[in-house]
Write a protein that binds this ligand. Sequence first.
Ligand code: NAD
Length: 285
Amino acid sequence: MTAQIINGKEIAAKKKLEIAEEVARLKTQGITPGLAVILVGRDHASQTYVNNKEKTCKELGMYSLLIEMDEKVSEEELLGKIDELNRDSAIHGILVQLPLPKHIDEKKVIETISPLKDVDGFHPINIGRMMTGQNAFLPCTPYGIMVLLEETGISIAGKNVVVVGRSNIVGKPVGQLFLNQHATVTYCHSRTKDLSLHTNQADILVAAVGIPNFIKAEHVKEGAVVIDVGINRNEAGKLCGDVAFDEVSEKAGFITPVPKGVGPMTITMLMYNTLKSAAESLDRD
Ligand code: NAD
């Protein structure tokens, strides 16, 4: 079997158009969705991510505010800035780019962001709301994966889903979203014994490990849907996922490539969450 490619770039472009239309509609009601991004320090990768977020905001007609803080900024000052943004009615989404310098407590930072503006979906209140199936900001990468499947017409109810990886930002929440949609979910992680035994049961296999080409054809059931979350560099410095694309795409039914798979969906869902926050703030007025 040769897998059908799930084109994340195309699906993201379609979703962004829908978001831009909705932004334009909100503007006629006097509200412009606004996203504040706080960048602490000068990490190169973080700067690239933040620039992309700013650019995409502008493309979609949203207001974007970038706050750059020195690497040595105190935790108190950072929390104070978040508090100020929590009270700023022009801002509907607040994102603090991670990772943060070691002297700053990441958990404290996340919990200081108002759950109503937590467009990353990392606040424990949003995580709890997601788990109990209530209205919540869903974390962007897991949410993007669900949209990819929906747009491709892949059904989820009753499927065996295996998630490799259990991080708080990808593995755990994506499994929860599949469970919410009635899949039977198995988590595998660094201490799982006999990974293949589990992954070969998967109708849908999600790889969120961070190891280049970790999932091989031997891990994949014939015809399975394979979602590759990984963003890695191989030995030659080339961008690659967690899935050995060439061999797995010979066996899978559907597969996401890297790049142009899950990646473009993450930023798109961030924009969607900011739009959702703005729309909900209008309802609260
Ligand atoms: P992480 O390092 O926090 O978690 C990795 C997980 O892999 C851990 O839970 C660990 O238990 C598991 N793991 C490690 N070794 C394993 C092994 N031998 N067998 C089974 N499981 C093993 O990483 P993360 O933040 O979840 O990110 C995972 C990957 O996804 C990275 O490549 C990251 O860059 C990428 N990522 C992509 C996006 C995107 O937008 N596409 C977003 C976030 C992360």
